[in-house]
Ligand binder design. Structure first.
Ligand code: AMP
Length: 113
């Protein structure tokens, strides 16, 4: 997808700190970390946001959730974590390529602001 920053990270056009990659997904560190461990997981297929998940493209989303525990263990996380998806303007989404924030390494407050 032209002009999608996360598609450019996936293609390597924009550098990132990769934590995990395979043919379906990429996990990389967030450049503005909100916790000691904060990475994003994206499907390589461009899906604009949670609102655009369909029966046809949802397999990659389930796959992401199957991989996150493995990536967290690789980061040494044993005491829990939070997975966040921001969807749309009111949801606070700033990049229109679906991504899951994975946060850990400190106690996380609830509810979010
Ligand atoms: P959201 O506001 O939920 O759409 O989250 C977008 C996230 O992408 C923010 O937490 C940004 O810090 C992060 N971000 C933006 N550009 C980059 C980049 N080039 N590499 C890593 N993370 C980025």
């Amino acid at each position: 997808m032209d002009n999608c920053i996360f598609c450019k990270i996936i293609s390597g056009e924009i550098p990132s700190q990769k934590l995990y990659e395979d043919d379906k997904i990429l996990a990389f560190r967030d450049t503005s970390p909100q916790a000691p461990v904060h990475f994003l997981v994206v499907p390589k297929e461009h899906i604009s946001g949670a609102d655009d998940i369909t029966a046809e493209n949802c397999a990659a989303i389930g796959y992401i959730f199957a991989k996150i525990p493995q990536i967290m263990r690789g980061q040494g996380i044993t005491n829990g974590y939070r997975i966040v998806n921001n969807c749309g303007e009111d949801g606070g989404q700033s990049v229109a390529h679906i991504h899951f924030h994975c946060l850990a390494g400190r106690g996380l407050g609830w509810p979010p602001g």
